[in-house]
Design a protein. Sequence first.
Length: 84
Amino acid sequence: MLLLALLLGCVSEADAVDPSCVDACDELVGTCGVEAFPDAASCLDGCRYAIQEGADLPSYASCVDLAGCDPFALVACEHDFGLD
């Protein structure tokens, strides 16, 4: 979480990160160590793109939290609320 806070302190207003992205990335990168995201910055970039494309990030973040680190549940979250 500290790494995410430091990253957020270094972005401009135009690059502001949705709180749902921070929550999802904290779980995916910090807790689960999902290999698709080598670091928090790559996860946050993916979140920004997903928001631009219309993904339901608040629901996705909630789903990720409930999924824990179960890879099958995380894929279901992506399918249900992400850009799948």
